[in-house]
Design a protein around this ligand. Structure first.
Ligand SMILES: [Zn+2]
Length: 375
């Protein structure tokens, strides 16, 4: 279901077929936590060229509930989006948001952060929920250990993740429908920042056999150089002809560096969250629209951007909306930031096609500064 069309060094361009259409990679997936990319409609997402979005299993299972969504015909129908959707397994949020967690071999017991009600998330249940949601790409349940941890703790954790992944695969194959392009399931490589443990986790996960592989547990406070090293190590242990997804990453520079190391798929709340906080990502770096210097600035957010926001509105207006607390400000800022990300991905794919990725990467580093980024 994944075809590599071009390679340029370790960078790859490809096409991933799903039940709701094809995705060109490298791809950025806007995050639609509660079944909505905050501040946008699915029509906006279509217009800015999003080819796949992400939904969060943890949030949707608590509210409104995956059974309720299944009764409405699945997540695509419920949210009015007929392109691909990837759902996470819920694990990451259980480990970061839920209360009174108890992990054992069977799964993780926790209490909802909304009303304290008890839940049990097992590997099988994570598969069933994502089947109820009707995701095109489903993720296995993995344990996300607190970092930093010792090598012993991380190794025990990746072994548990492996046993959970095996159970997820069994359940997935049991439920697999007759569609010509059915749901796909990705395994997740853990291992913290220990290169040897990353290799071990990659080998174990690949031995189960999935449609694609994700790299989890990064961008959690480690230095960028460490993350890049772990990504290089992990991609070198993954099959070349299957998609690779770096979970929760990241800044535009992190994405470019991961593409240079053979990653195909990305998601991150940074462009949408920062937009709502008044931070606009531009070809020259990030700007904070709340700064007084933009009060009478008639220029667009980013002179190099052709999005709806940049084509129609000034920095002065965007600053006014932000200062006045107008929701439209969040919408216009989000449209721009996501357009910037999706345009960057388009330029990355183009550069790979023409064998000019290295040139693009150098140029991007020169013009984009991470100085003002809130990540
Ligand atoms: Zn723009």
């Amino acid at each position: 279901m994944f075809t590599l069309t071009h390679t340029d060094g370790a960078a790859r361009r490809g096409v991933l077929q799903t039940a709701h259409g094809a995705i060109e990679t490298p791809v950025f997936m806007p995050v639609g936590t509660q079944g909505a990319v905050k501040a946008l409609t699915t029509q906006h997402l279509d217009e800015i060229g999003a080819s796949i979005i992400l939904g969060n299993t943890y949030h949707l299972m608590l509210r409104p509930g995956d059974d309720l969504i299944a009764r409405r015909g699945g997540l695509h129908k419920f949210i009015g989006w007929n392109k691909p959707i990837l759902t996470d397994s819920g694990g990451y949020q259980v480990f970061s948001l839920a209360e009174r967690r108890k992990i054992n071999e069977n799964g993780v017991e926790f209490r909802s952060h909304l009303d304290g009600s008890p839940y049990l998330l097992t590997p099988e249940r994570a598969v069933d929920i994502q089947a109820n949601l009707g995701a095109d790409i489903a993720m296995v349940l993995d344990e996300c250990p607190a970092l930093p941890s010792t090598a012993e703790v991380i190794e025990a954790s990746l072994e548990l993740t492996f046993r959970w992944a095996r159970r997820c695969r069994v359940q997935f194959l049991k439920k697999k429908g007759p569609d010509p392009v059915p749901q796909q399931q990705f395994g997740i490589v853990q291992g913290g920042t220990f290169l040897e443990l990353r290799r071990k986790s990659a080998e174990l996960t690949v031995s189960i056999g999935f449609e694609g592989y994700a790299i989890g547990g990064l961008s959690v406070g480690e230095p960028s150089e460490t993350m890049y090293e772990v990504v290089s190590q992990t991609t070198s242990c993954l099959p070349a002809n299957q998609p690779r997804y770096l979970m929760g990453v990241g800044t535009p520079l992190d994405i470019i560096e991961a593409v240079a190391r053979g990653v195909d798929m990305f998601d991150c709340v940074l462009p949408t969250r920062n937009a709502r906080n008044g931070q606009l990502l531009t070809s020259e770096g990030a700007i904070n629209i709340k700064n007084a210097q933009y009060a009478e600035d008639d220029g667009p957010a980013d002179p190099a951007c052709g999005c709806y926001t940049c084509s129609n509105f000034s920095r002065a207006y965007l600053r006014h909306l932000y200062m006045a607390g107008e929701m439209t400000g969040g919408t216009l800022n989000t449209l721009h930031n996501l357009s910037f990300y999706l345009d960057t991905m388009r330029r990355i794919r183009e550069a790979i096609s023409f064998g000019r990725f290295e040139e693009f990467r150098q140029g991007f580093h020169q013009t984009f500064t991470r100085r003002a980024l809130i990540s």
